[in-house]
Design a protein around this ligand. Sequence first.
Ligand SMILES: N[C@@H](CCC(=O)N[C@@H](CS)C(=O)NCC(=O)O)C(=O)O
Length: 224
Amino acid sequence: MSEKVILHYFNARGKMESIRWLLTVAEVEFDEVYLTTRDQYLKLLDDGSLMFQQVPMVEIDGMKLVQTKAILHYIAEKYSLYGKDIKERVMINMYSEGLMDLMEMIMIHAFVSGTKAKLDDILTKAKERYLPVYEKALSGPVYLVGGKLSLADVQLLECTLMLEEKFPAILADFPNTKAFQGRMSQIPSISRFLQPGSKRKPQPDEKIKKTVMEVFNLTNLNLG
Ligand SMILES: N[C@@H](CCC(=O)N[C@@H](CS)C(=O)NCC(=O)O)C(=O)O
């Protein structure tokens, strides 16, 4: 029997949250080791556990995986959430990359306490560049690619929920996407994940920002 999956990251969404979502949908149990001190991080570096001195790091199947996309693709492939052939896979990757670009904008904005102008820019891009793509793809099909649940669907749900936290009415003009969100939320593993007390993380607060700065020995948060 393979050992339990262990996630090494902050007690925060960040780059690990999509991995938490995907494991949840795949119904894979996982434990988490939260980075709270610089010593913990230095120990991971000393151990050689972090290939590029960065987290997320995921212990799975006897490996210590880093690089968010590589981790997501491994899990998606392993649990049949990655299409049936290379043409489906490239579509899943394109949808997924678009969602990661958008989610990263929101993540960075939260961390660097950006201006209202920046938030407006995210809203405009979400409505004009990203959401129309998913809305069109979902006009008819139940899932984004190949009529089957995939990594892209899981990330679309995660992303639309993040968007609604910032812009509650954003899906009003995107009825297919809103209906998709409702369907996805009824999948039992997802429904449980959406309940309070699950391993889903809240929006970042000042405390977590302080922890990240201490762990990485930063005086200034510069996330791009
Ligand atoms: N390309 C990597 C980037 C990971 C990354 O930037 N991780 C941050 C925390 S969210 C980190 O470990 N920063 C420390 C550093 O880069 O020295 C991925 O997607 O996993």
